[in-house]
Ligand binder design. Structure first.
Ligand code: ZN
Length: 294
């Protein structure tokens, strides 16, 4: 199944709901970064939650998430927009533990760490940014995003994200959901939602069983009659890096630095953190950049 995201309303518009299947997208990230099991799960959960938050934004706004925990994975970065494009990387892609956690799952909390911060930067356009930050409360990532939304944006929500990893490190299933209470949500509705959430299997298991984002939200909304689908958006791993962008970065280093690259290294190599694409600049290309530099 190709990855996609849906936006929906539930319970007569009193609940806003998002769900996405991201198996192919996280598989692409896994291959590009050569992540091992726990790093894959942490990166996949973060990218999926970032994608869901990206879908909440307006038009050409962008969102960047940075999770800096004290676990062996180190900082995790992901960004997304409203068009279903997401990318991300982890500082240490090679984290794997032989033992699973108490619930028989990959021990993401141990990989991420339980102390540190989750920060959100929203690029609102026109050079305007919004920044929010919370302490890590769980390290399992979904709960951290839930806490961020409550604390920083005053939105009562539930964020569930999950990744299943195959023995060969490829991604078996990945995806997530985010449901948010809107004004008008009363206690009876909240009780109902909590019951649905409690009885719902994990999102990675639902996706592994072949459930679609629509079917997952129907489970969470207590039936498809309670659900009104608003939009369906294709999802993919996309990076906007280019040789021109890296060229501009080299120009900004200044003439002395570029001269050194030409005379000592006879060229320059650049690698994108987000997608691991490589760019090579030969001497002639560096000469051109040298001319443009200050
Ligand atoms: Zn890139």
């Amino acid at each position: 199944m190709t990855d996609y995201l849906i936006k929906a309303l539930a319970y007569d518009g009193r609940v806003r709901a998002y769900a996405a299947i991201t198996t192919d997208t996280i598989n692409e990230a896994q291959k590009r970064h050569d992540t091992w099991s726990v790093s894959s799960a942490a990166l996949g959960r973060t990218m999926t939650a970032t994608l869901l938050m990206g879908a909440m934004q307006k038009e050409d706004q962008k969102i960047t998430i940075k999770i800096e925990g004290n676990g062996p994975i180190g900082p995790i970065i992901a960004d997304s927009n409203t068009q279903g494009h997401v990318r991300g990387y982890v500082t240490n892609p090679h984290v794997h533990f032989d033992e699973l956690n108490g619930a028989g799952k990959l021990d993401v909390r141990r990989g991420v760490g339980t102390e540190g911060t989750l920060s959100v930067v929203k690029d609102l356009g026109f050079g305007q940014n919004f920044t929010g930050q919370i302490p890590i409360v769980s390290g399992e990532i979904g709960e951290d995003f839930t806490y961020y939304l409550a604390k920083s944006e005053q939105i009562n929500s539930s964020v569930g994200v999950g990744v299943l990893v195959n023995p060969d490190d490829s991604i078996k299933a990945a995806g997530g959901f985010m449901i948010q209470l809107m004004p008008g949500a009363d206690d009876a509705l909240i009780d109902d939602l909590e019951k649905n959430l409690k009885n719902c299997p994990t999102v990675s298991r639902l996706i592994d069983e072949g459930k679609t984002p629509e079917e997952i939200l129907a489970i969470l909304a207590g039936g498809e009659d309670n659900l009104q689908i608003l939009e369906k958006i294709p999802v993919s791993f996309e990076c906007n890096c280019s040789k021109e962008r890296f060229g501009a970065a080299i120009i900004s280093l200044g003439k002395d630095e570029i001269k050194q690259m030409i005379e000592e290294d006879h060229g320059a190599e650049a690698e994108c953190h987000f997608c691991r694409n490589h760019y090579h600049f030969d001497e002639a290309e560096l000469e051109k950049l040298y001319e443009e530099a200050q």
